[in-house]
Design a protein around this ligand. Structure first.
Ligand SMILES: [Zn+2]
Ligand SMILES: [Zn+2]
Length: 321
């Protein structure tokens, strides 16, 4: 099969490799995959990942490890990317995304979906309803990450929220939070991305007249400066949600956090079922975010585009072969 393989920082190539041995996991024929900021960081050396990257994907189940699971075969699916060790306290408590020995599809110790086939454990699968096409289904993983905020904070329709960052994650978070409160504003500085935000009926602002007045500020800039801006905007006793996982350090003055009694919340992976509901109902829209759809042969251009635009997808295999 064709696969994009990372050999080290800055080094990725398209190769012909063996279809992965399923080793107790389901084999998925990948139909569409999305390039995420984390993939670009992996290309730059983050997490010292070697192997096949890619963790936003949709595909069709080709085989299952046990004959009792064959109902999944032929099913269109997306998959939760965290694979716990199944032995530790955190796995027993159902939080495999914090298992110290976890594997993460395409990010940590497990090959990902920039390939014609990928394997994942059966318990990670989620069926994709017909209402969600492939190009939308690749957004389930990032929309789930946005939905994580709903699990972490008690928000209501009075909550005043700023989302700092007009990138792919910021525009998804803005739409997800808007399902709870109308007082959501997206702050960004890229005219072409803000144009897309407007097309999604998101409220755009610069936050200037509301400095120090937001109940919740989400940093989705992907840059070290994001936390500074978030701390300026949040009200005393407000909450800053950190969604940026850039590779490097952010230096912050810590006294305003203390003096203003700000709660800082780290936020990562979230519930797939909720993301699937929001995408199936059309409440969260993703089509305007897709900048380009390319093939693996165009991978260099695809990664280059992904750095400068919102979402670049790979069309990998047809749904049926
Ligand atoms: Zn991602
Ligand atoms: Zn574990």
């Amino acid at each position: 099969m064709k696969a994009l393989v990372v050999e080290g920082p800055g080094s990725i190539s398209l190769r012909e490799v063996e279809i992965p041995a399923s080793a107790g996991e389901c084999l998925i024929r990948v139909t569409t995959a999305g390039i995420c900021g984390t993939d670009l960081q992996i290309l730059d050396g983050y997490a010292d990942f070697h192997g096949v990257p890619g963790h936003e994907f949709v595909g069709v189940v080709e085989s299952t490890p046990s004959t009792s699971d064959t109902a999944w075969i032929g099913q269109r699916v997306v998959a939760d990317i965290n694979i716990g060790c199944r032995r530790c306290e955190r796995c027993a408590a159902g939080v495999k995304e914090h298992c110290a020995n976890r594997k993460v599809v395409g990010i940590r110790g497990h090959d990902g979906a920039f390939a014609e086939y990928v394997t994942v454990p059966i318990e990670n699968l989620h069926a994709v309803p017909d209402a969600i096409d492939d190009r939308t289904a690749v957004f389930v993983e990032p929309v789930a990450a946005a939905c994580r905020i709903l699990e972490q904070l008690a928000l209501d329709d009075h909550s005043r929220i700023a989302v700092v960052g007009d990138g792919r994650l910021g525009l998804l978070i803005g739409q997800v939070l808007r399902t709870i409160t109308p007082h959501v504003v997206v702050l960004g500085r890229h005219p072409e991305k803000l144009e897309i935000a407007r097309a999604l009926d998101l409220r755009i602002g610069d936050g200037k007249q509301d400095v120090g007045r937001f109940d919740v500020v989400v940093d989705a800039t992907g840059r070290p400066e994001g936390i500074h801006r978030a701390l300026e905007l949040v009200r005393p006793r407000g909450t800053v949600v950190m969604k940026s996982t850039f590779h490097g350090e952010a230096t912050v003055q810590s006294w305003p956090i203390v003096v203003n009694e700000v709660t800082i919340v780290g936020s990562r992976c979230g519930p797939f079922h909720r993301a699937i509901e929001l995408l199936a109902s059309g409440v969260v829209r993703t089509a305007p975010l897709v900048s380009a759809v390319m093939t693996f042969d165009q991978y260099q251009m695809a990664f280059e585009w992904a750095r400068r635009s919102l979402k670049v997808l790979f069309a990998v295999q047809p749904e049926s072969v």
